[in-house]
Design a binder for this molecule. Structure first.
Ligand SMILES: [Zn+2]
Length: 366
């Protein structure tokens, strides 16, 4: 048995990635922040992707620091995306279903709003619809995440340089809005684009991209690297600003795959997520002063990697991805960081600390 163990270890060592935190810049001044959120992406979702890749290096192996975020909200140990998005965007714990407000309804300024006020560029890229809870937490202030009309008005008022994803029907259909909100956005100065292809050649900001009626299709339903392509073009637009930028990129469908308890969809979404995180790390490698933080708003599905047998004296009996719930769970989530001052995220933290640390590095910088 001992001999076999040594053999297995020896076989795995050449595959192990170099200990990359050796290279992490310590207190490098932060000019740009790329916050990437895997909606519903717990530790086991990340681990399922590592297993799928046969433990060859994934984006997660490449992180320079790893921390853990506690996701409970003001009124529940199991959060929704609205309260957890608000925690990361605004630095406060609020009640589930509330966006950008304290439990009593008082609005709180988001990191994106602070960045804009400081003269930085801002961007939001999602595969869900642009009014969904995670993106809206960065620009909206409503007590109810389903108050889409107010969320749209908040979006148009905030005017991020780039906001792209799905959700066209909520802007144009009479049963949601009394007036065409795309026209209103264009009237307020937005460039409107209706497909990723049109977005890829758009440069005049602010840009509103609504690429589908509801959420953009899941990775399993298309053969494009949607999230990576639109994110890289967004970075290209945002980094024209010499003051720097803040961008939030969301792998929204990880949550939807886990709600559906669909392991195959989850794998496709993790593959797409891996690509966009690696692209962001590559960007940080060549753009000094860029910090990349990769985390989740909560765990979805109670994902577990279960063996084929409970007899652990046997060699590998296979691993199945199983789900304990079709809802969210109370498990903490990982925080991976890379680039300028990445070490600030290598601890156990509250989800509100993600806001506080980004603010101290990007907004309060001298
Ligand atoms: Zn969810």
């Amino acid at each position: 048995m001992k001999k076999f163990f040594l053999f297995v270890l020896a076989a795995l060592i050449p595959l192990a990635p170099a200990f990359s935190s050796d290279k992490a810049p310590k207190n490098e001044k932060v000019k740009n922040v790329i916050l990437i959120i895997g909606d519903g992406m717990g530790f086991s979702a990340c681990a399922s992707w590592m297993v799928d890749r046969h433990y060859e290096p994934t984006c997660f192996d490449r992180a320079q620091y790893v921390g853990m975020s506690k996701t409970y909200s003001a009124n529940s140990r199991v959060t929704d995306s609205a309260a957890s998005g608000t925690a990361m965007a605004c630095g406060i714990k609020t009640n589930n279903s509330m966006l950008g407000v304290l439990p009593d309804g008082t609005p709180v300024t988001s990191i994106a709003e602070l960045a804009k006020a400081k003269g930085l560029s801002t961007g939001i890229v999602v595969s869900s619809y642009v009014l969904d809870a995670t993106p809206a937490a960065f620009y909206a202030h409503v007590k109810n995440r389903n108050d889409r009309k107010t969320i749209e008005e908040n979006l148009i008022d905030f005017k991020p340089d780039v906001i792209v994803g799905g959700g066209r029907k909520y802007f144009v259909e009479e049963r949601y809005v009394p007036v065409n909100m795309i026209d209103k956005a264009v009237g307020a100065g937005f460039t409107y684009v209706s497909s990723p292809d049109d977005f890829m050649i758009a440069t005049k900001t602010p840009i509103l991209g609504l690429f589908s009626d509801e959420s953009y299709p899941m990775a399993i339903e298309r053969d494009t690297d949607y999230l990576t392509d639109v994110s890289l073009h967004t970075l290209d637009i945002l980094d024209d600003n010499k003051n720097g930028f803040f961008v939030m990129i969301e792998g929204s469908h990880i949550d939807h795959a886990a709600h559906a308890n669909n392991a195959e969809q989850l794998t496709w979404e993790m593959e797409e997520f891996d690509k966009v995180v690696n692209a962001a790390f590559d960007y940080a490698d060549i753009h000094k002063g860029t910090l990349v933080v990769v985390t989740a708003d909560h765990e979805t599905g109670g994902v577990a990697l279960l063996p084929g047998s409970k007899d652990f004296t046997k060699s590998d009996t296979g691993i199945d991805v199983k789900f304990a719930t079709t809802g969210h769970s109370g498990s903490p989530v990982p925080v991976y960081s890379y680039g300028a001052s990445a070490w600030r995220f290598g601890q156990v933290m509250e989800n509100t600390d993600i806001f506080a640390r980004i603010k101290s590095l990007l907004i309060d910088r001298k």
